[in-house]
Design a protein around this ligand. Structure first.
Ligand code: ATP
Ligand code: MG
Length: 259
């Protein structure tokens, strides 16, 4: 079992906050995922275990194809495990119907991807409001809440811009506001800075850290960038279907770069 106690988390000097409670917000045990492909079965995880405590800011690194995105998808109820248990934000994620999974994602999870996936025909403000409108909030209230979130990501003066009229960093900040507009407890970010230059990536990560702390989030960030990973409270490496501590990563020389 991976060492994931609050004590382990507190080893990192740049922790944005200490874990608030001893009860994990994410508890994965014996996870397996097998895809059936034309060339046979592809098994990604081999009894993977993970515990994450409230307030932790966890980085996950690993080679391309290791299964990092798949793991986030399973945590966020976008994909289902083949075996094992997955409890996330007081929810048995593996047992959800499609409808329950959609409600779970909308209320409990903020998701940020490498590419922003903003809707091109809508303004930044409307994009941020989208999750609230999807769950049936009144439009006026949804737009007011979205405007507050645009202020949180320092983009209050870009609300009427469409995604094509924003810089890459701005697009990702809008995506971050959209991820958090519904007040989720958990933020799952899959290479959120992977498509940005180094300076912009650093700024987006600064913002991520700030929002993580100010909104009491628990965050998991997949990244290929070890400098950014080092800013998290804990870094895990996904390798050979399991999660291990970062030391393994350094010994085997994972490449640094974007992510
Ligand atoms: N729906 C699917 N069906 C079959 N194989 C899949 C499916 N989704 C992912 N895979 C395979 O599972 C493996 C893990 O994919 P995943 O996207 O999780 O990797 P990753 O660690 O996020 O990689 P990267 O760093 O390149 O983003 C890959 O080899 C991929 O080809
Ligand atoms: Mg990936």
């Amino acid at each position: 079992m991976i060492q994931t106690s609050p004590a382990a988390a507190s080893q990192a000097p740049r922790s944005t906050r200490e874990p608030e409670s001893r009860a994990p917000i994410i508890q994965v045990h014996g996870l397996e995922k097998t895809y059936t492909t034309a060339r046979g079965a592809l098994t990604l995880f081999h009894g993977l275990d993970l515990e994450v405590y409230p307030g932790e800011f966890v980085a996950i690194v690993g080679q391309s194809g290791a299964g990092k995105s798949t793991l986030l998808h399973i945590l966020g109820a976008l994909d289902t495990p083949t075996a094992g248990t997955v409890h996330c934000a007081s929810t048995n994620v593996a047992g959800l119907t499609q409808r329950e999974a959609a409600a779970f994602r909308n209320s409990k999870i903020g998701y940020v991807w490498q590419f922003h996936y903003l809707l091109p025909e809508f303004t930044a403000l409307e994009n941020v409001a989208m999750p609230l409108l999807a769950r049936g909030d009144a439009k006026r209230q949804a737009l007011a809440t979205a405007a507050n979130w645009l202020r949180e990501v320092d983009l209050e003066d870009r609300g009427d811009h469409r995604p094509g009229e924003l810089s890459g960093g701005e697009q990702q900040r809008v995506a971050l506001a959209r991820a958090l507009v519904g007040n989720p407890r958990l933020l799952l970010a899959d290479e959120p800075t992977g498509d940005l230059d180094e300076t912009t990536a650093g700024r987006v990560f600064d913002l991520l850290e700030r929002l993580h702390a100010s909104h009491g989030l628990t965050s998991i960030v997949v990244t290929h960038n070890l400098d950014l990973a080092a800013r998290c409270t804990r870094t895990l490496r996904l390798e050979s279907g399991r999660l291990g501590a970062l030391e393994t990563t350094l010994q085997t020389g994972l490449h640094t770069g974007k992510g």
